[in-house]
Design a protein around this ligand. Structure first.
Ligand code: EPZ
Length: 418
């Protein structure tokens, strides 16, 4: 097991290139099963979730090679439609493999992806949609069994703009017979990226980025070489790090409209932000002001994946802030660790009441999930003194070389084996 040792209190200066988006790359891996032609995904981030998804494809019989930052996937020999419980537990988002497997094999068996540290994360929207496409589904001994003669397009309405459910339906619909319409679709940039990828394979799909996605099923799909959209959550994490520590940082690879609400909130804190094409430059000097209120919402609202990071920022701003987490039931589990560093935060259900303190002090803290762990790193960077952040396996799921990128900005951070 590794930990970070961070000597905090330094301002950050410099620029950082953002990795391809984890939450774009994972559905693209799933989509590669839709064709027996070669698929190349360029500039793939070297993160644990990607390696886990590669393992899932290999277990299905696909050949997956990592070559100079690109991933080459050949699923022509894929023969299995079963995803083991170990892999489903490790990577909950493997649930959107259902759409691909049903499209390819007309069968899919997946262990029920249990809850995790940020919430229950049910999959009812996924399963109800697949049933409307003609899939019969039964659940037994913790496994979900799906089968269909063929999938037939349908008009679907999502009660909630679930990212994963929207992606699952897209993956199931592109080769279903006839038209599939998704109303109430998720509008995240990663959905738009999946549409671009599928269209490049020959799918007929329009509307991603809006509430309504329309798909005309086709009989087969071809291969593709594709570079995914960059990671807006990684970019936001670095911008918040600079806001918290002070200094001037530029992130490269993400456009302002993919981070709109975050930039609005950071300006509200008192940060100066300049954007030009896919470069966002933030400068932060002196004590910032709390945001007063932040509510996480589906895109284009404030992203839940930056909630922990902006709460860490508000914990050292002037005044008070109410942070409301609307997407996941228990996404404040990192707060007790921030309190060990001197943060004054009270959590009541989906609400966190933050009272800004003049500064945090170093402490030994433990990451409990991906984005909560990132928030602890940010807090340690801004704290006076030495901090240790352990259980980095959570952070490794979504950030490639986080310590290297932070060191390039002037942070005193090193990774040690314990
Ligand atoms: C995706 O998860 C992301 N993961 C998450 O990022 C992100 O937090 C989330 O979207 C919201 O933006 C990937 O893309 C791999 P949802 P997903 O379905 O698809 C409820 C990270 O840190 N829901 O939009 O699982 C659910 O309980 C991760 O990178 C149902 O009720 O999110 C939750 O309250 C964490 N029934 C809400 O919708 C369902 O069938 C949002 O879930 C599905 C979801």
């Amino acid at each position: 097991m590794d930990k970070y040792i961070i000597d905090g209190g330094r301002r950050l200066f410099g620029s950082v290139k953002v990795q391809s988006a984890k939450n774009a790359v994972l559905p693209l891996f799933a989509a590669s099963v839709l064709t027996d032609k070669q698929v190349t995904i360029c500039e793939t981030p070297e993160i644990a979730d990607v390696f886990c998804m590669a393992q899932i494809l290999r277990e299905l019989g696909a050949d997956v090679k990592f070559e100079r930052g690109n991933v080459i996937i050949d699923s022509s020999d894929a023969h299995s439609h079963i995803i083991s419980s170990a892999l489903t537990k490790e990577l909950r988002s493997s649930v959107f493999m259902l759409g691909s497997l049903l499209s390819r094999f007309h069968r899919a068996v997946i262990a029920y992806p249990g809850g995790c540290d940020i919430g229950l994360r049910p999959i009812d929207l996924h399963l109800n949609a697949l049933k409307r496409l003609g899939v019969s589904i039964s659940e037994r001994d913790g496994y979900i069994y799906c089968a269909c003669e063929k999938m037939t397009g349908a008009e679907l309405v999502l009660d909630f703009p679930s990212v994963g459910a929207t992606e699952n339906i897209m993956l199931a619909g592109v080769k279903a017979e006839g038209r599939t319409v998704i109303e109430g679709a998720a509008k995240e940039p990663e959905i738009v990226d999946l549409q671009k990828f599928l269209s490049g394979m020959g799918a007929k799909i329009v509307g991603a980025g809006t509430d309504v996605i329309t798909i005309e099923g086709v009989s087969s799909l071809g291969g593709i070489t594709y570079t995914p959209v960059k990671d807006r959550i990684e970019a936001g994490t670095f911008l918040i790090a600079c806001a918290l520590c002070g200094g001037e940082v530029e992130v490269e690879g993400v456009t302002a409209d993919n981070l709109g609400m975050l930039l609005h909130k950071l300006r509200e804190n008192g940060c100066k932000i300049h954007t030009k094409n896919d470069k966002i430059r933030l400068s932060s000097y002196g004590r910032l002001k709390c945001n007063r209120r932040i509510e996480t919402m589906p895109f284009p609202g404030f992203p839940t994946d930056l909630q922990a990071q902006i709460t860490a920022l508000n914990s050292v701003c002037e005044g008070g802030a109410l942070i409301v987490e609307n997407l996941f039931e228990t996404r404040f589990k990192y707060v007790p660790e921030l309190q060990r560093m001197g943060a004054d935060i009270e959590v009541r259900g989906r609400n966190a009441f933050v009272r800004g303190v003049s500064g945090l002090h170093g402490a030994a803290v433990t990451a409990g999930d991906l984005r909560g762990g990132a928030a602890l790193v940010l807090a340690a960077l801004g704290a006076e003194g030495i901090s240790e952040v352990s259980d980095l396996s959570h952070i490794d799921r979504g950030y490639s070389d986080l310590e290297g990128k932070l060191r390039s900005l002037g942070a005193e951070i090193k990774r040690v084996r314990i």
